[in-house]
Design a protein around this ligand. Structure first.
Ligand code: NAD
Length: 488
């Protein structure tokens, strides 16, 4: 754990093992933090806050820029840690870690774009303006699925805007998350500005959200956890950004180029072994092409190269843990029991190498109806449903029939269909002729409904990390009438 510029053990001395999901073997030990450690981290962040706030934004941004550039220089080494810690294929890990670097570089530019307003005053000899102030201490709580990029999405804008940070990564990804902190240490970030406490959500996470010194919670994780955190935040009126779960629909219209849609849908469904908040888990296909699409998609899924992500040719790695593997298998069973047609995959591998790890075959169900459990719950594994629809209008209705609203996509060449999807789908993002995954750092990212609220990325981020203060300056140095009105 990293507290006040020092790498430390938990005050209790307790640890837990970090396990490589591809082999099931422990490869590192991680401190198991507690209330006391969180308090120390928050206190360090509080002490560092004033000097950091008073550091010019351009200088603060320099640290963030250097961190981004350093990650790019050491991309391969950091990506390997990502593979070993969470099981991603190496090519995808390079992309994810590269995305973390790009986010840091992008947000370093925010220092020059933190605009405020000047408001023409209603009174003579008076100047009215807004200034931006950091919220203070930001608690960044992340999940394990995209640990490098999601950590950076919270940390980089928080630092540039003058906040200090207590970072609480998921236990399954604590080792790769520590790599982000090491990078900031290497570029000389002052002590106390960024702190990291590792350990369970119930202890470390809970202590962080209950600490009243924290001014903003940036939370990425399950909707149920987000709901709990929002309940804890509410009585404190604490600011929060909630990036939660998804059950994302990818619509394929009759006029789509099938081979292109199949290829993109495979990536959107099975990259990160389906463990992406933006994963396409419901592919809604217009009836004219549903049979052809289903055959090609199932065949594509069965040909994906599944194995240890350290191999360059691997396309799908293991899921992150034994419990995630069990969860996917339970959903596969539920799909079969509900009457969906198993078109591909549907279980684990029996060869000795993959049997050791937490692998699940990329699984495709056809003839799914939107009321089945596999179409309603976020599975967060390599299990995808194909749902037939009579028309694009019906496909949009099905897409919206979910508690979630994070990402969505449509494959079509018809501009009318495109705009039906853009205007009709209730989601934070709609991709046209791209799968549901692959955000860009310059554009806002986030969801509606149970997928959360607030936007990360893009310049909108600044609104969460700063408070606007309105300043009125009277330079008349004279008495004003008590009951001044603009017309008086
Ligand atoms: P999770 O909700 O179980 O855990 C997320 C983080 O919250 C972890 O660090 C965990 O330790 C912590 N936590 C758990 N209980 C807590 C508590 N009581 N108080 C404070 N912190 C607590 O989620 P996960 O299983 O790690 O990640 C998968 C989920 O994340 C999926 O639902 C996925 O859709 C979502 N996700 C969302 C986005 C997005 O941007 N919308 C991105 C990636 C993942």
């Amino acid at each position: 754990m990293y507290i006040d510029g020092e790498w430390v053990r938990s005050s209790s001395g307790q640890e837990f093992g970090a396990v490589n999901p591809a082999t099931g073997e422990e490869f590192d030990r991680v401190p198991k933090g507690n209330d006391e450690d969180v308090k120390a981290a928050v206190d360090a962040a509080a002490t560092a806050q004033k000097a950091w706030r008073d550091t010019p934004a351009a200088q603060r941004a320099d640290y963030v820029l250097k961190a981004g550039l350093l990650i790019r220089e050491t991309l391969d080494a950091v990506a390997k840690v990502d593979v070993i810690n969470v099981g991603k294929p190496i090519k995808e890990a390079r992309r994810e870690v590269g995305n973390a670097a790009t986010a840091a570089i992008y947000f370093s530019g925010l220092a020059r774009r933190m605009y405020s307003n000047v408001v023409d005053s209603e009174q003579p000899k008076k100047f009215t303006m807004t200034v931006r102030r950091p919220v203070g201490i930001v608690g960044v709580i992340t999940p394990w699925n995209d640990p490098a990029s999601l950590g950076m999405w919270g940390i980089a804008p928080a630092l540039v805007t003058g906040n200090t940070v207590v970072f609480k990564p998921a236990s399954n990804s604590a080792v790769i998350s520590a790599e982000l902190v090491k990078v900031y240490e290497k570029v000389g970030l002052p002590k106390g500005v960024l702190n990291m406490v590792t350990g369970g959500g119930g202890e470390v996470g809970e202590a962080l959200i209950r600490n009243r010194k924290v001014g903003l919670t940036v939370f990425t994780g399950e909707s149920s956890t987000g709901r709990h955190i929002a309940e804890v935040n509410a009585p404190m009126f604490r600011k929060q950004v909630m990036e939660l779960g998804g059950k994302n629909a990818l619509i394929v219209a009759d006029d789509a180029e099938i081979s292109v849609a199949v290829h993109a849908a495979l990536y959107a469904s099975f990259s990160s072994a389906g463990q992406k908040c933006t994963a396409a888990s419901r592919i809604i296909v217009e009836k004219g092409i549903v049979d052809k699409f289903s055959r090609a998609f199932a065949e594509g899924a069965s040909k994906l190269v599944v194995g240890n992500g350290l191999r360059e040719d691997v396309e799908v790695g293991p899921v992150v843990s034994r419990s995630q593997q069990k969860k996917s298998l339970e959903y596969i069973e539920s799909g079969t029991l509900d009457g969906a047609v198993l078109l591909s995959g549907g279980g684990v591998y029996e060869d000795p190498e993959r049997k050791r790890g937490y692998f699940v075959k990329p699984t495709v169900f056809g003839s799914v109806t939107n009321d089945m459990k596999i179409a309603r719950d976020e599975i967060f594994g390599p299990v995808t449903s194909i749902i037939p629809a009579k028309s694009v209008d019906e496909a949009i209705e099905i897409a919206n029939d979910t508690e979630y609203g994070l990402s969505s996509a449509i494959y079509t060449k018809d501009i009318g269909n495109m705009f039906k999807a853009i205007n009709g789908i209730d989601a934070g993002m709609t991709f046209v002729n791209q799968g549901t995954v692959g955000p860009e750092v310059g554009a806002p990212f986030g969801g509606v409904k149970s997928s959360g609220f607030g936007r990360e990325l893009g310049d909108e981020a600044i609104e969460h990390f700063t408070e606007k203060k309105t300043v009125f300056i009277d330079y008349s140095y004279s008495d004003r009438p008590w009951y001044f009105t603009p017309s008086s």
